[in-house]
Write a protein that binds this ligand. Structure first.
Ligand SMILES: *[C@@H]1O[C@H](CO)[C@@H](O)[C@H](O)[C@H]1NC(C)=O
Ligand SMILES: *[C@@H]1O[C@H](CO)[C@@H](O)[C@H](O)[C@H]1NC(C)=O
Length: 392
């Protein structure tokens, strides 16, 4: 019965959404490349194949100032997130200032849904990855490509949320990459998730059960760009009336922290053209495990699976002492996912923190780092200072 309702719902929503898409503001419809052009910077699309066969499309905006800056997105997100604020976005600010800018897209998002052998629509194996494989395979593939393409020896990185977690995975598991990163700037730097707030803390309790349900019905791709659930969410959230109230006041802000000042209703429609970008169920499961275990550790396959994978009954911790490159940490007091307490724990475990910054405004939340409407005034000057100090 519920299935029938769902089918009716979907069959109405999907076509309506396709119609609606044409009514989204221009920046909600353009992709990364087109947005770059619109804001004055031609974008090159590059392609790299990882050691384990994933084909990723990622982006480059040429600039004279080296070393290159490599920007890495968070969970179920894409490079788009760093450009959809247009003139006020990180990408355009860096490009305007003359930096050589590169943007990651990792496996499973809409720009990374290809593999040499596996078909993402047919082979469940395609989705057998979490933040671990992203850090272990995707980031080094893109980093080596950038170094080779530019002839530089080092890059600087800026990551948001899981875009920082994955770098800690890389630098702890393949410490030779510390030599290739001059400084990493971590915005809402997730490693420990021991202090997530309600309702995320509550939902995490049901995470393992939900994961099993989705596994049982063969759903391994989460929030894909082209799916009925995403269409439904976008349909609801891009209406002219009540969409901000429903999608953000009632829902979204609870998961990232309330800051209505930096995220205005008109921007929701732009965002809906770009988020979510898709990832794997296993990626969410890994994050959920970090919340429940209060550790920063590898994927938990259960006692038997762990013995096979790691030779121990519990998954090993990522060794943060091996992250020897310079690290800058930025945190918001009102971030309900990446809290000050967890970032403090991270800070005491990292050997080379060169800058620690609690955002001045007390309502600064998890997404103000990528989507806030005043980042050009409140955030970017701090980032520029860190990057430029090293260029001298
Ligand atoms: C972006 O859109 C343009 C045309 O609008 C298209 O040619 C290009 O292939 C798209 N790029 C990606 C990476 O999807
Ligand atoms: C920041 O961006 C806003 C909106 O685009 C603009 O009005 C303002 O002049 C910018 N401020 C600075 C210091 O760049």
């Amino acid at each position: 019965m519920t299935q029938i309702f769902f089918l009716i719902f979907v069959s109405i929503c999907l076509p309506t959404y396709s119609l609606l898409r044409n009514t989204l503001p221009e920046d909600g419809r353009l992709n990364f490349t087109a947005l770059g052009a619109k804001y004055g910077h031609p974008v090159e699309e590059h392609e790299v194949t990882t050691e384990d066969g994933y084909i990723l499309t990622f982006f480059h905006i040429k600039g004279k100032i080296k070393p290159p800056v490599f920007i890495i997105h968070g969970i179920a997100d894409t490079a788009d997130t760093f450009i959809i604020r247009g003139k006020t976005s990180l990408v355009i600010a860096l490009a305007d200032a003359g930096h050589d800018v590169w943007l990651a897209n990792y496996r499973g998002n809409k720009y990374g849904r290809r593999h040499l052998k596996l078909n993402p629509d047919k082979d469940l194996k395609f989705w057998d990855f979490s933040l671990h494989e992203v850090g272990y395979y995707d980031l080094p593939a893109m980093i080596d490509y950038i170094l080779q393409h530019t002839g530089e020896k080092k890059i600087q990185t800026i990551g948001h949320s899981q875009g920082v977690t994955t770098q800690f995975v890389l630098l702890s598991k393949r410490p030779e990459y510390n030599e290739k990163i001059e400084i990493m700037v971590g915005l809402a730097p997730v490693a420990f998730l021991s202090d997530v707030r309600f309702p995320v803390s509550l939902i995490a309790q049901f995470g393992p059960m939900l994961g099993e349900v989705f596994k049982a019905i063969g759903v391994e791709e989460t929030f894909p760009e082209k799916s009925s659930t995403t269409a439904l969410v976008r349909f609801i959230c891009s209406q002219d009336v009540f969409s901000y109230e429903m999608c953000f006041l009632l829902f979204g802000f609870h998961f990232v922290g309330f800051d209505t000042k930096r995220f205005e209703p008109s921007f929701l429609k732009v965002l809906m053209g770009h988020y979510p970008g898709g990832t794997s169920r296993k990626n969410f499961m890994h994050v959920n495990q970090l919340v429940l275990s209060k550790r920063f550790c590898e994927f938990d396959y259960g006692p038997k699976g762990n013995l096979e994978h790691y030779g121990y009954i519990v998954p090993p911790d990522y060794n943060l002492h091996k992250v020897t490159t310079k690290v800058a940490l930025f945190v918001g007091e009102n971030d309900v996912l990446c809290t000050i307490k967890d970032v403090d724990m991270l800070r005491t475990n990292l050997p080379n923190v060169v800058h620690y910054h609690v955002m001045e405004d007390k309502v600064w939340n998890h997404i103000d780092f990528t989507l806030g409407n005043d980042m050009n005034v409140t955030l970017f000057p701090h980032i520029f200072k860190l990057l430029n100090k090293l260029n001298k």
